[in-house]
Design a protein around this ligand. Sequence first.
Ligand SMILES: C=C(CC[C@@H](C)[C@H]1CC[C@H]2C3=CC[C@H]4[C@H](C)[C@@H](O)CC[C@]4(C)[C@H]3CC[C@]12C)C(C)C
Ligand SMILES: C[S@@+](CC[C@H](N)C(=O)[O-])C[C@H]1O[C@@H](n2cnc3c(N)ncnc32)[C@H](O)[C@@H]1O
Length: 355
Amino acid sequence: MDTLPMLFTTAVIVGGLYWFICILGSPERKGKRAIDLSGGSIDNDKVQDNYNKYWSFFKRPKEIEKTDNVPAFVDTFYNLVTDIYEWGWGQSFHFAPSLPGKSYLEATQIHEETAVDFLNVKAGDKILDVGCGVGGPMRAIASHSGANIVGITINEYQVERARMHNKKAGLDTLCEVVCGNFLEMPFDDNSFEGAYAMEATCHAPKLEDVYTEIYRVLKPGRLFVSYEWVTTEFYDANNKDHVKIVQEVERGNALPGLRHYSDISKIAKKVGFQVVKEKDFAKPPAGPWWTRLKMGRVAYWRNHVLVVILSFLGIAPKGTVDVHDMLCVTADYLTRGGEAKIFTPMHTILCRKPE
Ligand SMILES: C=C(CC[C@@H](C)[C@H]1CC[C@H]2C3=CC[C@H]4[C@H](C)[C@@H](O)CC[C@]4(C)[C@H]3CC[C@]12C)C(C)C
Ligand SMILES: C[S@@+](CC[C@H](N)C(=O)[O-])C[C@H]1O[C@@H](n2cnc3c(N)ncnc32)[C@H](O)[C@@H]1O
């Protein structure tokens, strides 16, 4: 081949690859690019083993039920998925009701601000973020309220990411992140003016254990709000399709077992909280939360191709394709759960610790 056509062909291929990887595969919000996908705190050569280990938990359900094993299993899960979440979803690892005329990112921010508005927070108050991820909600809430937010997550890699984002956003004076287990929090009794948990306490093997801890660290008279993942009144434990959907939602999201919506307030009361309000934000007039997952189908295919190429080239760790495939399946079952109305990720409970 002549030099000129060869140079032209090479330029087209390189340009095409650059466009496919860096432009088409760009993150929802600044943060992660496809070429930076990693296994969190896990060494690249151990990602595949850890994925197999994660999956094997579900072959031994008795092991998941052992409370002591759950935080480590959840930690492994977040090492595997955190970069893919940030790349394909953004810095807030939760759902939001879709709102007419608002983008998904705007709706997400509104859902976050709604939570803190429930808490009657004022600037300077110290607020706890239970299971803070990489801190998307914490930053939105700190900017919205002027409160000081302390987030806790079990995953060291998320702590690193959250601190980096806080600094970059100029919010590191208001937002602090601690690595720890929300079942045994390293905080003093009666030390927070408010607390919120966004789609995080669903990872607790026993909800009462995490609610007891939140109750302990909250000041008397103060409020706690949580967005809970639960099955709804339409879930039928004798319906095979329902059971399958719930099982797949649990497997793809590191859940030790979904709870029924009616258990939440009973548990809150049992640990001493007064229940101020309970509401499922997925119910009308709210638009369906799962449309964002459905809209992503073409993007999933593109992401799949991208992940296969990056793994093949040794840029993404071996095992990334399996993790990504697991998430594609999860997205499908979450959508089915939403459409069948048997599952909601936004059953909201607002509680007060009595004076
Ligand atoms: C609260 C939890 C997480 C909720 C959501 C943030 C995530 C649940 C399923 C995830 C995703 C599914 C499909 C992925 C897609 C295949 C990939 O290409 C890009 C990322 C996804 C869209 C990913 C993003 C995050 C979720 C929507 C649980 C864990 C309690
Ligand atoms: C789905 S993410 C939600 C993150 C964040 N609330 C958001 O909306 O972006 C769940 C979070 O709970 C944290 N988590 C789960 N189990 C935990 C535990 N036992 N202790 C501390 N954090 C935990 C995870 O590490 C993760 O950060």
